[in-house]
Design a protein around this ligand. Structure first.
Ligand SMILES: [Zn+2]
Length: 286
Protein backbone atom coordinates (compact mmCIF):
# COMPACT_ATOMS: atom_id res chain seq x y z
CA UNK A 1 0.00 0.00 0.00
CA UNK A 2 1.24 3.49 -0.81
CA UNK A 3 2.12 5.68 2.08
CA UNK A 4 0.00 8.37 0.47
CA UNK A 5 -3.61 7.50 -0.05
CA UNK A 6 -5.73 9.59 -2.35
CA UNK A 7 -9.48 9.05 -2.33
CA UNK A 8 -11.94 10.17 -5.01
CA UNK A 9 -11.87 13.73 -3.73
CA UNK A 10 -8.08 13.84 -3.62
CA UNK A 11 -7.88 14.11 0.12
CA UNK A 12 -4.25 13.29 0.74
CA UNK A 13 -3.69 11.47 4.02
CA UNK A 14 -0.23 10.36 5.07
CA UNK A 15 -0.52 6.82 6.31
CA UNK A 16 1.72 5.01 8.74
CA UNK A 17 3.32 2.31 6.58
CA UNK A 18 3.96 0.00 9.50
CA UNK A 19 0.26 -0.06 10.35
CA UNK A 20 -0.85 -1.49 7.01
CA UNK A 21 -1.43 -4.98 8.54
CA UNK A 22 -4.06 -3.61 10.94
CA UNK A 23 -7.07 -3.67 8.67
CA UNK A 24 -9.37 -2.80 11.60
CA UNK A 25 -7.59 0.52 12.04
CA UNK A 26 -8.01 3.76 10.12
CA UNK A 27 -5.33 6.33 10.82
CA UNK A 28 -3.37 9.01 9.07
CA UNK A 29 -2.29 12.60 8.88
CA UNK A 30 -3.91 15.14 6.58
CA UNK A 31 -1.88 17.41 4.31
CA UNK A 32 -2.90 20.61 2.52
CA UNK A 33 -4.28 18.65 -0.42
CA UNK A 34 -7.88 17.81 -1.24
CA UNK A 35 -9.91 20.62 0.26
CA UNK A 36 -12.02 23.58 -0.76
CA UNK A 37 -10.45 26.40 1.29
CA UNK A 38 -9.53 29.15 -1.15
CA UNK A 39 -7.68 31.26 1.36
CA UNK A 40 -4.69 28.95 1.84
CA UNK A 41 -4.41 27.67 -1.75
CA UNK A 42 -2.95 29.14 -4.89
CA UNK A 43 -4.91 29.05 -8.14
CA UNK A 44 -3.21 25.89 -9.36
CA UNK A 45 -4.16 23.97 -6.21
CA UNK A 46 -7.82 24.94 -6.32
CA UNK A 47 -8.45 24.51 -2.62
CA UNK A 48 -6.67 23.62 0.57
CA UNK A 49 -7.69 21.07 3.18
CA UNK A 50 -7.86 23.40 6.17
CA UNK A 51 -9.52 21.46 8.98
CA UNK A 52 -9.48 24.13 11.69
CA UNK A 53 -11.95 26.95 12.28
CA UNK A 54 -9.35 29.69 11.95
CA UNK A 55 -10.44 33.28 11.44
CA UNK A 56 -9.08 33.54 7.88
CA UNK A 57 -11.25 30.72 6.52
CA UNK A 58 -14.99 30.28 6.14
CA UNK A 59 -16.90 27.85 8.34
CA UNK A 60 -18.50 26.34 5.22
CA UNK A 61 -15.11 25.47 3.75
CA UNK A 62 -13.88 23.89 6.98
CA UNK A 63 -17.08 21.89 7.36
CA UNK A 64 -16.80 20.56 3.80
CA UNK A 65 -13.12 19.74 4.34
CA UNK A 66 -13.97 17.82 7.50
CA UNK A 67 -16.70 15.90 5.68
CA UNK A 68 -14.18 14.91 3.03
CA UNK A 69 -11.72 13.68 5.60
CA UNK A 70 -14.40 11.62 7.35
CA UNK A 71 -15.47 10.09 4.03
CA UNK A 72 -11.86 9.09 3.46
CA UNK A 73 -12.16 6.96 6.61
CA UNK A 74 -15.07 4.99 5.28
CA UNK A 75 -18.54 5.07 3.82
CA UNK A 76 -20.42 4.14 6.99
CA UNK A 77 -21.39 6.05 10.07
CA UNK A 78 -18.10 7.62 11.10
CA UNK A 79 -18.15 10.65 13.42
CA UNK A 80 -15.24 13.06 13.70
CA UNK A 81 -14.39 14.03 17.25
CA UNK A 82 -12.02 16.84 18.13
CA UNK A 83 -11.41 18.83 21.30
CA UNK A 84 -10.67 22.43 22.15
CA UNK A 85 -6.96 22.02 22.51
CA UNK A 86 -5.40 24.14 25.24
CA UNK A 87 -1.78 22.91 25.38
CA UNK A 88 -2.56 20.87 28.48
CA UNK A 89 -2.62 17.15 29.21
CA UNK A 90 -6.32 16.51 29.86
CA UNK A 91 -7.53 13.33 28.13
CA UNK A 92 -11.21 12.53 27.55
CA UNK A 93 -12.81 9.22 26.64
CA UNK A 94 -15.29 9.37 23.77
CA UNK A 95 -18.29 7.08 23.33
CA UNK A 96 -21.37 6.97 21.12
CA UNK A 97 -23.16 8.21 24.24
CA UNK A 98 -21.19 11.43 24.67
CA UNK A 99 -20.08 12.26 21.14
CA UNK A 100 -22.98 14.67 20.59
CA UNK A 101 -21.95 16.59 23.68
CA UNK A 102 -18.30 16.54 22.63
CA UNK A 103 -19.15 17.89 19.15
CA UNK A 104 -22.16 20.11 19.79
CA UNK A 105 -22.69 22.42 16.84
CA UNK A 106 -20.10 20.51 14.85
CA UNK A 107 -17.20 21.87 16.90
CA UNK A 108 -15.09 20.40 19.63
CA UNK A 109 -16.50 21.42 23.01
CA UNK A 110 -14.21 19.75 25.52
CA UNK A 111 -11.06 21.47 26.68
CA UNK A 112 -8.62 18.63 26.28
CA UNK A 113 -5.47 17.65 24.41
CA UNK A 114 -6.14 13.96 24.19
CA UNK A 115 -9.06 11.78 23.09
CA UNK A 116 -9.37 8.03 23.54
CA UNK A 117 -12.02 5.49 22.59
CA UNK A 118 -12.72 1.78 22.32
CA UNK A 119 -15.80 2.20 20.15
CA UNK A 120 -15.87 1.77 16.39
CA UNK A 121 -16.34 4.55 13.83
CA UNK A 122 -15.38 7.39 16.13
CA UNK A 123 -12.64 9.26 14.26
CA UNK A 124 -10.51 10.93 16.89
CA UNK A 125 -8.75 13.99 15.53
CA UNK A 126 -5.90 16.08 16.83
CA UNK A 127 -5.41 19.46 15.18
CA UNK A 128 -1.96 20.83 14.51
CA UNK A 129 0.11 23.13 12.33
CA UNK A 130 3.62 22.43 13.75
CA UNK A 131 2.69 20.80 17.07
CA UNK A 132 3.09 17.02 17.23
CA UNK A 133 0.03 14.85 16.57
CA UNK A 134 0.52 11.54 18.40
CA UNK A 135 -1.57 8.53 17.46
CA UNK A 136 -1.65 5.37 19.54
CA UNK A 137 -3.42 2.07 18.93
CA UNK A 138 -3.67 -0.88 21.30
CA UNK A 139 -3.52 -3.78 18.86
CA UNK A 140 -4.66 -6.33 21.46
CA UNK A 141 -7.80 -4.55 22.70
CA UNK A 142 -8.36 -2.44 19.58
CA UNK A 143 -8.61 0.87 21.37
CA UNK A 144 -7.11 4.11 20.11
CA UNK A 145 -5.95 7.52 21.23
CA UNK A 146 -5.03 10.84 19.61
CA UNK A 147 -2.90 13.33 21.49
CA UNK A 148 -1.69 16.89 20.90
CA UNK A 149 1.87 17.61 21.95
CA UNK A 150 3.36 21.00 21.26
CA UNK A 151 6.34 21.98 23.35
CA UNK A 152 4.17 22.57 26.42
CA UNK A 153 2.34 19.28 26.08
CA UNK A 154 5.58 17.44 25.37
CA UNK A 155 7.31 19.03 28.38
CA UNK A 156 4.29 18.02 30.48
CA UNK A 157 4.60 14.40 29.32
CA UNK A 158 1.52 14.14 27.08
CA UNK A 159 2.65 10.81 25.59
CA UNK A 160 3.14 9.23 29.00
CA UNK A 161 -0.12 10.65 30.30
CA UNK A 162 -1.92 9.36 27.22
CA UNK A 163 -0.65 5.81 27.73
CA UNK A 164 -1.57 5.98 31.41
CA UNK A 165 -5.11 7.08 30.61
CA UNK A 166 -5.51 4.25 28.09
CA UNK A 167 -4.43 1.83 30.81
CA UNK A 168 -6.81 3.28 33.42
CA UNK A 169 -9.77 3.49 31.07
CA UNK A 170 -9.44 0.27 29.10
CA UNK A 171 -6.68 -1.85 30.60
CA UNK A 172 -4.27 -1.10 27.76
CA UNK A 173 -0.76 -2.49 28.14
CA UNK A 174 1.89 -0.27 26.56
CA UNK A 175 3.68 -3.30 25.12
CA UNK A 176 0.63 -4.03 22.94
CA UNK A 177 0.62 -0.53 21.47
CA UNK A 178 1.83 0.96 18.24
CA UNK A 179 2.39 4.70 18.14
CA UNK A 180 3.09 7.33 15.50
CA UNK A 181 4.71 10.73 15.80
CA UNK A 182 3.10 12.68 12.98
CA UNK A 183 4.28 15.47 10.69
CA UNK A 184 5.24 18.46 12.83
CA UNK A 185 7.96 21.04 13.09
CA UNK A 186 11.39 19.40 13.02
CA UNK A 187 14.58 20.31 14.80
CA UNK A 188 15.68 21.65 11.40
CA UNK A 189 13.26 24.57 11.80
CA UNK A 190 12.24 24.77 15.45
CA UNK A 191 14.27 27.45 17.15
CA UNK A 192 13.17 27.97 20.74
CA UNK A 193 13.97 30.31 23.61
CA UNK A 194 15.26 29.91 27.12
CA UNK A 195 11.80 29.23 28.56
CA UNK A 196 11.47 26.12 26.42
CA UNK A 197 15.01 24.92 27.08
CA UNK A 198 14.43 25.31 30.82
CA UNK A 199 11.19 23.31 30.66
CA UNK A 200 13.03 20.33 29.18
CA UNK A 201 15.98 20.78 31.51
CA UNK A 202 13.54 20.37 34.43
CA UNK A 203 12.55 17.01 32.98
CA UNK A 204 16.22 16.11 33.06
CA UNK A 205 16.34 15.59 29.33
CA UNK A 206 17.50 18.85 27.79
CA UNK A 207 20.26 17.03 25.90
CA UNK A 208 20.19 16.17 23.11
CA UNK A 209 16.55 17.12 22.65
CA UNK A 210 17.49 20.77 22.86
CA UNK A 211 20.67 21.50 21.00
CA UNK A 212 22.62 24.73 20.66
CA UNK A 213 23.09 25.92 17.09
CA UNK A 214 24.96 29.17 16.49
CA UNK A 215 24.21 30.35 19.99
CA UNK A 216 20.50 29.53 19.71
CA UNK A 217 18.43 26.56 20.84
CA UNK A 218 16.65 24.06 18.68
CA UNK A 219 14.11 21.58 19.99
CA UNK A 220 13.60 18.05 18.64
CA UNK A 221 9.95 17.32 19.46
CA UNK A 222 10.01 14.06 17.48
CA UNK A 223 12.76 12.56 19.59
CA UNK A 224 11.27 13.92 22.82
CA UNK A 225 7.96 12.22 22.09
CA UNK A 226 9.56 9.04 20.80
CA UNK A 227 11.50 8.73 24.05
CA UNK A 228 8.40 9.31 26.14
CA UNK A 229 6.49 6.61 24.29
CA UNK A 230 9.35 4.18 24.83
CA UNK A 231 9.69 5.23 28.47
CA UNK A 232 5.98 4.53 28.89
CA UNK A 233 6.57 0.97 27.69
CA UNK A 234 5.80 1.06 23.98
CA UNK A 235 8.39 -1.17 22.27
CA UNK A 236 10.95 0.87 20.34
CA UNK A 237 10.15 -1.04 17.16
CA UNK A 238 6.47 -0.07 17.52
CA UNK A 239 7.09 3.67 17.43
CA UNK A 240 6.91 5.24 13.96
CA UNK A 241 8.30 8.72 13.49
CA UNK A 242 7.06 10.06 10.16
CA UNK A 243 9.90 12.53 10.15
CA UNK A 244 8.33 15.18 7.98
CA UNK A 245 8.80 18.79 8.99
CA UNK A 246 5.67 20.91 8.62
CA UNK A 247 7.75 24.06 8.21
CA UNK A 248 10.03 22.97 5.36
CA UNK A 249 8.51 19.94 3.58
CA UNK A 250 7.67 20.70 -0.04
CA UNK A 251 5.95 18.74 -2.80
CA UNK A 252 7.44 18.14 -6.24
CA UNK A 253 6.23 21.56 -7.41
CA UNK A 254 7.91 23.27 -4.48
CA UNK A 255 4.67 24.01 -2.63
CA UNK A 256 4.20 23.49 1.10
CA UNK A 257 2.90 20.03 1.98
CA UNK A 258 1.64 21.14 5.37
CA UNK A 259 0.33 24.13 7.24
CA UNK A 260 3.00 25.65 9.46
CA UNK A 261 2.17 28.16 12.15
CA UNK A 262 5.82 29.10 12.54
CA UNK A 263 6.80 29.28 8.88
CA UNK A 264 3.62 31.10 7.81
CA UNK A 265 3.71 33.62 10.66
CA UNK A 266 0.51 32.38 12.26
CA UNK A 267 -1.65 32.93 9.15
CA UNK A 268 -2.37 29.36 8.22
CA UNK A 269 -4.77 26.43 8.43
CA UNK A 270 -4.74 23.26 10.50
CA UNK A 271 -4.14 19.62 9.71
CA UNK A 272 -5.76 16.76 11.60
CA UNK A 273 -4.09 13.56 12.67
CA UNK A 274 -6.90 11.04 12.87
CA UNK A 275 -7.37 7.54 14.21
CA UNK A 276 -10.35 5.26 14.58
CA UNK A 277 -11.48 1.66 14.80
CA UNK A 278 -13.34 0.24 11.83
CA UNK A 279 -16.54 -1.66 12.49
CA UNK A 280 -16.19 -5.38 11.93
CA UNK A 281 -17.91 -6.73 8.85
CA UNK A 282 -19.77 -9.25 11.03
CA UNK A 283 -21.21 -6.61 13.37
CA UNK A 284 -22.29 -4.56 10.34
CA UNK A 285 -24.70 -7.34 9.44
CA UNK A 286 -26.69 -7.43 12.66
ZN1 LIG B 1 12.20 21.87 8.79
Amino acid sequence: MDQERVDQEQVLVRKVLEWTPYSWLFAGFSTRLGGVSRVFADAAQGGALNLGFVKEDTAEAVEENRRRLVRAAGPLGWRLVVAKQVHGIEVRAVTRGNVDEAMEGGRGQWEADGLITREAELLLGVGAADCVPLLVADTRLRVVGAFHAGWRGTAAGMAEVGLARLREAFGTRAEDCVAAVGPSIGACCYEVGEEVRAAFARRGEAEPIVTGVNGRWRLDLWEANRRQLVAAGVPTANVSVLGECTACSRDEAGRRRYFSHRAEMGVTGRMLGVIGVRREITSRMD
